[in-house]
Design a protein around this ligand. Structure first.
Ligand code: ARG
Length: 477
């Protein structure tokens, strides 16, 4: 005795499986839980329903189903969408996935018409579509946040374009820069992240419906119409690739990983800067935490967490790459693992930016302390050597003379600024009183005017240009 497939709910709350015609037993409960993706793909309910509405409209337009039935299906899907959004229709956690749930709910309400929705479609092309639609929205919203971060950095950089701080290599004081210049380095990184995300979004702009299970279909579909209805600019050109491609997940996870690298490096510097050893900044109370035992403590937990969370996103990227690398064409159930990984990456970046942007915006910058740090460590030694080069001494000799001067200063507890002119001249008669002007930190920074260098007017021009660029991007978004 074979029972006909039915969407009636069994008393356990289970929906009968879509393949109930072929099978004579229901799936084991625990195996159902293992197999199910509803707990993480239900967040795509809107995209799933909108995709179904476009598909049903196209089926009606092409005469594959009756126009009236198509209208009925679309109207009911709209209702289902409204009800889920309003919270009056609960998504059944026992359904295998969001696609099964929506189709089951539609069929429960419409009977035969509902059963026609899946004509010329498979969950394989359906999930490929849903994921693309979900991720393009996520990309758009992450791009918006990144633009906000870049804007915040530009505004801060303009405020501090003339505040001298030590620039570092090997975390050793190296040469004078300004705080504004330092911040704009991060603005450049986040601008590249923006570029990578929008590139990935553009490459993802391909509509896979019509690939069906793997081999396309014999129905005379108008795939271009479906694409147009859903706002895609192209349709996929190979049905196997249409259902088997997850490059877009990998690309996005990779772009997000790099964005997390940048956030993590920035966080590391923030942690350093608010230590007593540096004290270049102080974080606002609203974005710091205290200690349960040490009353004096103010900890940069947010920056540390952002730094810590970067690992999750790299893990998500690695999970996606590993999941895909051995899969034969076309769809394999392994690919269900794509969603948790990419959603985790997206959610992590979003959460990090949500806390990070206001933390940077509200942090108190302490330029006096930066100036004090800049005054120690002989960060104007290169400028001292360059001074001698200006007096006709070859750079290698000038370098050696300056090295000796630094050693003398260390010995006598002086700095290049406080070393008397006689001692300079003893070592090299080319030195004159103008050496003090040449090595003043403000002048050292001021003179670095080559494109990309930290002179305050450069920082100002760069920040203004970036602000303009971000504004243009915003207008086009
Ligand atoms: N839940 C599935 C996924 O996320 C949907 C596609 C299922 N297709 C199939 N042939 N089992 O990948």
């Amino acid at each position: 005795m074979f029972a006909l497939a039915s969407y009636e709910r069994q008393d356990g709350g289970y929906q009968m499986k879509l393949w109930a015609g072929r099978f004579q037993k229901e799936i084991d409960q625990k195996t159902n839980d293992f197999n199910s993706s509803i707990s993480f793909d239900s967040r795509m309910y809107r995209e799933d329903i909108e995709g179904s509405i476009a598909h049903a409209t196209m089926l009606g337009e092409c005469g594959i189903i009756e126009k009236e039935e198509s209208r009925q299906i679309c109207a009911e899907l709209e209702k289902i969408l409204e009800e889920i959004t309003a919270g009056t229709l609960e998504i059944d956690r026992n359904a295998e996935d969001i696609h099964t749930f929506v189709e089951g709910e539609l069929t429960k309400r419409l009977g035969a018409a509902g059963k026609r929705l899946h004509t010329a479609r498979s969950r394989n092309d359906q999930v490929a579509l849903d994921l693309r639609c979900t991720l393009r929205k996520e990309c758009t919203s992450m791009e918006k946040q990144l633009r906000e971060l870049v804007r915040t950095l530009c505004v801060k950089a303009l405020e501090h374009k003339g505040d001298v701080m030590p620039g570092y290599t090997h975390l050793q004081r190296a040469q004078p820069i300004t705080f504004g210049h330092h911040l704009m380095a991060y603005a450049e990184m986040f601008l590249r992240d923006l570029g990578r995300l929008s590139d990935a979004r553009k490459r993802m702009d391909v509509m896979p419906l019509g690939s069906c299970a793997l081999a396309g279909t014999t129905y005379p579909l108008d795939r271009e119409l479906t694409a147009k209805l859903l706002g895609f600019h192209a349709v996929s050109q190979n049905s196997l690739d249409g259902v088997a491609d997850r490059d877009f997940c990998v690309e996005i996870a990779s772009a997000l990983s790099l964005a997390m690298v940048h956030l993590s490096r920035f966080s590391e510097e923030i942690v350093l800067w608010c230590s007593w050893e540096f004290k270049f900044i102080e974080l606002d109370d609203a974005f710091s935490t205290g200690s349960s035992i040490m009353p004096q403590k103010k900890n940069p937990d947010i920056a540390e967490l952002v730094r810590g969370k970067s690992g999750r996103v790299f893990g998500d990227l690695m999970a996606l790459l590993t999941m895909m690398k051995g899969l034969p064409l076309a769809y394999n159930k392994d690919m269900q693992e794509d969603k948790e990984a990419i959603f985790d990456a997206v959610d992590t970046l979003r959460m990090c930016l949500t806390a990070f942007i206001p933390m940077v915006d509200t942090m108190k910058v302490l330029p006096e302390n930066m100036r004090v740090a800049a005054a120690k460590g002989f960060i104007n030694a290169t400028d001292c050597a360059d001074y001698l080069v200006g007096k006709g001494i070859p750079f290698r000799d000038a370098y050696k003379i300056t090295g000796t001067l630094v050693a003398m200063c260390i010995e006598s507890g002086k700095t290049l600024e406080t070393l008397p002119i006689e001692e300079y001249q003893e070592l090299c008669p080319e030195f004159d009183m103008d050496i003090y002007e040449a090595i003043s930190l403000e002048n050292c920074v001021q003179r670095r005017t080559v494109t990309g260098s930290p002179a305050p007017q450069n920082v100002q021009a760069q920040a203004e240009r970036v602000l303009e660029l971000v504004k243009e991007q915003e207008e086009q978004a």
